[in-house]
Design a protein around this ligand. Structure first.
Ligand SMILES: [Zn+2]
Length: 272
């Protein structure tokens, strides 16, 4: 394939969570280089593009929130790209997409760090955090307890992990998530300083905060809007996570906020 046939802007979706990545490939006539951009990663130079017939490969060195090399191997047919993205310890995801117009390119800024106090609909406060590889555990004041949605976390304070894979997939056991979120809220109500975090602090953490808003009686307008207004506009990263929260909201009445109501667990919405 001619190098020039690959230049332009490509819109790719990563994994079952449908995270969207933009790729811009350019050429100096002989070799390809480019950039990749997403709200989660920011904009990163593609350092190493190789081309072999219809197969294109590149490596993206991601620095934040954790240092990994994201290796992408794609087959290109016309305006379609299809292949895999390998994130090392974080596993492999399907990558699929199409060429799009140059005006679709958007250079997302470097991801920000969260140490954000979120006031839940009932007034309970939890601190939502992202993993900062340079200083993960520096705090003005240490929390009493942390609930972490990624195994990367190993802070010196009391904490627990939830098994919730990255790249937009959902927890295997929704009831375990409800129990852990309820436990976190009860600790906060009891006066403990608690925090919750994943890696970037948007996808899984945003979804968990929306989930807590549902449990506590989100005040109207939808739990996703609530978490974006009350925490971060980038919270709940993917369409699938958004659909997950919407399904949760339909299947669940407020439980923690209204103890007189019969408790109805959210139940697992169908996986997207
Ligand atoms: Zn944010």
């Amino acid at each position: 394939m001619a190098v020039r046939a690959l230049t332009g802007v490509w819109k790719l979706r990563l994994g079952a969570g449908r995270e969207e990545l933009l790729v811009r490939l350019t050429t100096d006539g002989a070799t390809l280089s480019g950039e990749i951009s997403s709200p989660r990663m920011g904009t990163i130079s593609i350092t190493d593009v190789t081309l072999n017939d219809d197969d294109v490969r590149w490596v993206v060195p991601i620095a934040s929130p954790v240092a990994i090399d994201l290796s992408c191997a794609l087959r290109v047919q016309g305006d379609t790209m299809l292949g895999e993205a390998d994130a090392g310890d974080y596993g492999t995801s399907i990558l699929v997409g199409r060429r799009t117009s140059a005006s679709e390119w958007r250079a997302w800024p470097t991801p920000h760090v969260h140490r954000s106090v979120v006031r839940l609909p009932d007034g309970t406060e939890v601190t939502a955090v992202s993993y900062d590889a340079h200083d993960p555990y520096g705090r003005e004041r240490q929390p009493d307890f942390g609930l972490y949605l990624d195994r990367r976390w190993a802070p010196p304070w009391s904490h627990t992990h939830l098994d919730w894979p990255d790249f937009g997939l959902f927890p295997g056991d929704p009831q375990a998530v409800v129990d852990a979120l309820e436990n976190l809220v009860q600790r906060a109500r009891g006066g403990e300083r608690v925090e919750i975090g994943c890696l970037g602090g948007h996808g899984r953490t945003g979804t968990a905060l929306a989930w807590m808003a549902v449990l506590l009686g989100e005040p109207g307008g939808g739990a996703v809007s609530w978490v974006r207004s009350n925490y971060c506009p980038l919270a709940v990263e993917t369409e699938a996570q958004e659909a997950f929260v919407a399904a949760l909201q339909r299947s669940s009445g407020p439980a923690l906020g209204y103890p007189s109501r019969a408790r109805r667990g959210p139940g697992p919405p169908a996986h997207a």
